[in-house]
Design a protein around this ligand. Structure first.
Ligand code: APR
Length: 391
């Protein structure tokens, strides 16, 4: 079995396959140090933790992960908190930086005899319509190589070789540009509130998400096309203070911005998630906007569905679950997409609009009403909690 990519999807899949006695190699373009230090997401859903626990992959997150169950909305009408572990299904998040999860998964995979070829870039997947597909690669020393297997799992992200290798017309692509852009920041500063903060402001959205006691992730909506380095650190903090309404609710802890990236909020779902002997999981299967922190959780879930299906086929010759893989995952993916899309509408003006000039009064009033029903309606809050933590 060849797996492309050592992110959450590829590493959960690799561990589960290895546990089922299936020989598996992961081909990873980056070097190990890069994979283990790349800061990405950090909010693990209750179901994700359950999956990882069930497979003995949760030691690190049990020791160092922080339970989290509150979000706070700040708007011109005031602020309110939702204690979501008291709502819906009563579930909470575990905050655990993705690079730490990846490090744990990688260490475990290597410990149980898994092989990872770092610095090996998959160039293309071939012969996916046969039961002997192959992957051509560029090895770490630049030389070309080829790997063959019964199946290939494309867990190599949105721009990976798996997606590129799908023959034209073999899958349908559902793409949506939500018309919103975020400047994503990692600040060397302690969290400023004990909740995820969502600020809805006429100048645009701002978000606050705890990572560790020294690091906080912030998002600030900006104009499409803004270069990542366009804003000075002072401007970033001033803008965050303004949108998070620091004058009313207390100042933010400032610190140096150690990482920044511009993210256009987009969704991109492929259907089906299989082409012959090539299976897609994680970002390679479906990209989801970060508005509801679902990406890594979906990646883990998909890998946990794919692994036993592959094992049933490879060990027992039973291909039924493999046949159902795509449909099962797409159900979860579309539920997450629907919620994430709703969140985007809750937190931003309509596509293209940022600032009051861009947004019609109608849309402003609509958004205000949506937030107000979340503030006041218990059934709305239950629905929110169930989907916010769930995958
Ligand atoms: N060959 C080999 N490896 C590749 C190639 C390639 N051609 N292209 C990409 N990769 C590797 C990347 O270096 C990365 O380590 O594939 C891995 C993909 O990992 P992720 O991007 O983390 O994707 P995934 O495992 O699907 O996890 C998805 O995690 O943080 C979130 O935003 C992220 O929501 C996404 C989720």
């Amino acid at each position: 079995m060849v797996v492309l990519g050592a992110g959450p999807a590829g590493l959960v899949l690799g561990n589960l396959l290895q546990d089922s006695g299936i020989d598996c190699v992961i081909l990873e373009r980056a070097e190990r140090a890069h994979v283990e230090t790349r800061a990405r997401a950090g909010f693990l859903a209750a179901n994700t933790v359950r999956i990882l626990e069930e497979h003995g992959l949760a030691d690190g997150l049990r020791r160092r992960g922080q339970p989290h169950s509150t979000c706070e909305f700040r708007t011109a009408d005031g602020r309110f908190r939702l204690e979501y572990s008291e709502l819906g299904l009563g579930e909470r998040h575990t905050v655990y930086p993705q690079q730490e999860l990846v490090t744990d998964l990688l260490t475990r995979f290597l410990d149980v005899g898994g092989r990872v070829r770092f610095g090996t870039e998959a160039v293309a997947v071939h012969d996916t319509e046969t039961d002997r597909p192959s992957v051509t690669v560029r090895e770490a020393d630049g030389r070309p190589g080829r790997w063959r297997a019964r199946y290939v799992a494309g867990c190599d992200g949105r721009h990976g070789a798996a997606r590129r290798s799908l023959p034209p017309g073999s899958v349908r692509r559902h793409h949506c540009d939500h018309g919103v852009t975020w400047l994503g920041l990692l600040a060397e500063a302690p969290p400023s509130l004990d909740a995820v903060g969502y600020a809805v402001h006429e100048r645009g959205f701002a978000g606050h998400m705890a990572r560790t006691s020294e690091i906080t992730r912030y998002y600030v909506q900006c104009e499409r096309g803004t270069p990542a380095d366009a804003w000075s650190e002072d401007r970033i903090w001033d803008e965050l203070d303004l949108r998070m309404r620091a004058k009313e609710y207390g100042p933010l802890h400032r610190g140096s911005v150690v990482q920044r990236a511009v993210v256009d909020l987009e969704s991109d779902v492929l259907e089906p998630l299989r082409h012959g002997s090539l299976f897609l999981a994680g970002d390679a299967a479906a990209l989801i906007s970060p508005s509801a922190a679902k990406g890594a959780n979906l990646a883990v879930l998909e890998a946990s569905i794919l692994a036993p299906a592959l094992a049933a086929d490879l060990v027992h010759g039973d291909s039924e679950r493999l046949g159902a893989y795509s449909a099962r995952c797409l159900e979860h993916i579309w539920r997450a997409q629907e919620f994430s899309h709703w969140m985007i509408g809750l937190l931003h003006g309509p596509p293209g609009a940022s600032g009051p000039e861009g947004e019609s009064l109608f849309h402003t009033a609509l958004r205000r009403s949506r937030i107000n029903s979340l503030r006041t309606s218990r059934s709305r809050q239950d629905w929110f909690a169930e989907h916010y933590v769930g995958v």
